[in-house]
Design a protein around this ligand. Sequence first.
Ligand code: SF4
Length: 364
Amino acid sequence: MSDEPLVSLENTEVHFEEESGLFDFSEPDVVRAVDGVSLDIGEQDVVALVGESGCGKTTLGKTAIGLQRPTGGSVTYRGQDIWDAKDNNGDVDIPYDDIRRSLQIIHQDPGSSLNPNRRVLGTLEAPLKKWQPDMSSGDRREEIVRMLEAVGMTPATDYAGRYPHQLSGGEQQRVALIRALLMDPDLILADEAISALDVSLRVDMMDLMLELQQQFNTSFVFVSHDLSNARYLASHAGGRIGVMYLGELIEIGPPEQIINDPQHPYTKVLRWATPDLRSTDKAEEPPVRKIDIPDPKNPPSGCRFHTRCPEAREACKADSPASYDQESGHRVRCFRADDDHDYWSSQPVTDDEPSAHASDATSD
Ligand code: SF4
């Protein structure tokens, strides 16, 4: 990886206002989908984002590739603020169109992202026509055949003539991957890209992504609810696993450290909940005080995990932990990473008291 990040998120927030009813004049609820996340993504980097449903991992991924406008903080591509480029604000060094081409996505359901009325050839010609208008039709077809062969869809000329419904789910996802790669992107967001595939095909698809990542020098942000898949991809690519909880990036680091030596109590819960990884964590009960996930419209005050955390102390209710650096790029948002923090002298939280929420501080 070069020193300059490819994409950099700095204290990024994405807050959504929920729609109110026609005659509801109260203040709309705000969902803090992403809150105060800082993350650098380098060249040929792989970051696997994991967390429970609704934790904000997909929103964070879309924000990183400029598909979601942040409501706070910044997102830059090679030092250029993506939204300044889009709005033509100030001195723009990299035009928005170039940024858009460089940051691509493949979706969870390739069937719905491919035009059902277009053959594979037409689907794959479209990005080349747009981004390389000088390319001859013969060269375009040659390039498409080469890419189909590279992802194992042979005979390529046969596949080029098929419609999406004539392809399996795995083949549709390969076409979506080729379409993204034909843009010559620097970064691809794979948003739950293997979840809809049969279990038997998932490892094949991950291997293909790893192979193409090397071949095309592309970075990947891989969004998954499965820690085991995140580990597979991140460890084979020498990348990182990032763990999200209620809109915050609570731990990030090399996969073997996250799996074998998690520092955040929530990461231990995720590991416990992943059957393939359970052998390293033999407890029968989940390591949480409460199963229920708090409402993201009214998250707990202080550390957002304090209502469920078995290690929570009074200090955790009041303040939100900073991101503490560990070794080898490992970072964790938990007071337990700071030997000098008041956490260590405060009392353990008991479940008899009502939980504190962020809104309590402003409700009077
Ligand atoms: S800061 Fe406190 S509540 Fe939060 S994860 Fe650490 S110990 Fe648990």
